[in-house]
Design a protein around this ligand. Structure first.
Ligand code: UDP
Length: 459
């Protein structure tokens, strides 16, 4: 449990109150934003947090204030975190409304000592909490931890349903059909939740979509012009508030937030390998694969002959008896060229000279991290926005290849070799190098974050 840390240097300053969604892919960008607002903007910063996945204040700079909101969840609701992310998120969202309101009210009362609350920044995926925040009478901004393309997909979701573009996509003959207004996305690339029934998936995406219309003062996106100038222009035209594209946050801010301890020994293992020889494999923090897919990944990786560093975290394999233990590798698979870790220091792994490829689920953070290090990708999207990101990785930016739909060890081995030593791999590697240079030019500019700070100060 985290200790409450009082704001110390806030008197007379403007304070920003941030409330991240407590999942890995959401915590990192929010903490990176908090550090930027403090360092570049000179703003006082308070982070509200849940007891679930509470951050450790000791691992963050001392002048970030932490306030636990102490949501209360029933035992079975808490247990859902390991098995049913959707159910867990919905109960967490509902449980946070009242304590979130109370926490903001209390901060406003203390404004004289701690700095007045200029605005509240919420993760845009909060639902009931976001609606409650809009009624507080404090300027509200939403941090979108997805791409501008995904944001446009979500904003258009009701129209897409009405026009018949939301269909069960698995083996659907319409999966390659272009979606008007959202090019280059095709029907099969749209945000979806595979493994859920279509009705439940649509209901959830509709909620995310409607949340984009909650009255607020502005939207902050973890993206940048070098990769999404066109999408950002279109999104801005579709939104009634200003959009600030302040990414790539992980390059602009020194903060790293990690919920699991990273296995640092894998960096020494990488040191012992030649440049660009290792493929790094990670499905992020929440995606699950079936036991069959997992076993084919293991066999295919070992058969590829390519050295591999593979993150096999507890819960990676769906439907296993105990989601808190690391899944077993199939018996007899040759692991002599591989290293398996439960959690990696991913950004350092991607920046390591020995890393020559990134087999990824294409979560938005992983996608940005791969782009910024110029590592070509093998995309294996699982759910949510990962299909959108995969389309951009493979088609728009040309920095990766998608893993074949028919998933068996032979094809896996071929795809890994193609990425690492094949002609197609060379092509996407060249593109990845070029995009990395463009991305780093964006990192050199502080314009976007300066605009955001000025805006916050004007609220
Ligand atoms: N990550 C990490 N070590 C790992 C796997 C993932 O540090 O072994 C980090 C990764 O760098 C990224 C985040 O976890 O910042 C995952 O976020 P992403 O949006 O890619 O996927 P999600 O987990 O939300 O599906």
């Amino acid at each position: 449990p985290s200790l409450e840390r009082s704001p110390d240097a806030g008197a007379g300053r403007r304070r920003v109150v941030l409330f991240p969604l407590p999942y890995q892919g959401h915590l990192s960008p929010m903490f990176q934003l908090a550090a930027l607002l403090r360092d570049r903007g000179g703003l006082a910063v308070t982070v509200l947090h849940t007891d679930f996945n509470a951050p450790d204040p000791a691992r963050h700079p001392p002048d970030i204030a932490f306030v636990p909101i102490h949501e209360s969840l029933a035992e079975e609701e808490q247990a859902a975190a390991a098995v049913d992310l959707h159910a867990h998120f919905l109960s967490l969202d509902a449980a946070c409304v009242a304590p979130f309101r109370a926490a903001v009210a209390s901060l406003r009362e203390k404004a004289e000592d701690d700095g007045d609350v200029a605005c509240v920044v919420l993760d845009s995926n909060w639902l009931a909490v976001l609606a409650a925040a809009a009624e507080l009478g404090v300027p509200l901004l939403a941090l979108r931890t997805v791409s501008a393309a995904t944001s446009r997909n979500l904003l258009a979701f009701r129209r897409l349903c009405d026009d018949g573009y939301v269909v069960p996509v698995v083996n659907d003959e319409r999966r390659d059909e272009p979606v008007p207004g959202l090019e280059p996305l095709r029907v099969g690339d749209l945000v979806r939740y595979d493994g859920w029934d279509v009705e439940k998936s649509c209901e959830f995406i509709t909620k995310l979509s409607d949340a984009m219309r909650v009255p607020m003062s502005g939207v902050i996106l973890n993206t940048f012009d070098a990769i999404e100038a066109d999408e950002l222009g279109k999104l801005q035209a579709e939104l009634s508030v200003r959009a600030f594209a302040v990414g790539p946050l992980h390059k602009l801010s020194p903060e790293t937030t990690t919920l699991r301890p990273p296995h640092r020994g894998c960096l020494a293992w990488l040191d012992a390998h030649p440049p660009r020889s290792v493929i790094y494999v990670s499905m992020g923090s929440v995606a699950k694969v079936s036991r069959k897919v997992f076993d084919e990944m293991a066999w295919g990786l070992s058969a590829s002959g390519v050295p591999f560093l593979w993150v096999v975290r507890p819960g990676l394999v769906g439907g296993e008896d105990d989601a808190t233990v690391v899944p077993q590798l199939p018996d007899g698979v040759d692991m002599s060229r591989g290293m398996v870790v439960p959690w990696a220091p991913q950004r350092e792994v991607l920046a390591h000279p020995a890393t020559g490829g990134f087999w990824t689920h294409c979560g938005w953070n992983s996608t940005l991290e791969g782009i910024c290090e110029g590592v070509p990708m093998l995309a294996q999207p699982c759910f949510s926005d990962q299909t959108v990101n995969t389309r951009y990785v493979t088609h728009q930016w040309g920095v990766g290849m998608e893993l074949v739909k028919v998933f068996d060890r032979v094809r896996v081995g071929e795809a890994v070799r193609e990425l690492m030593v094949g002609e197609e791999g060379d092509r996407v590697r060249d593109n990845a190098r070029r995009l990395r240079i463009q991305a780093n030019q964006c990192v050199a500019s502080t314009r976007a974050i300066d605009d955001l700070v000025e805006f916050v100060r004007s609220l």
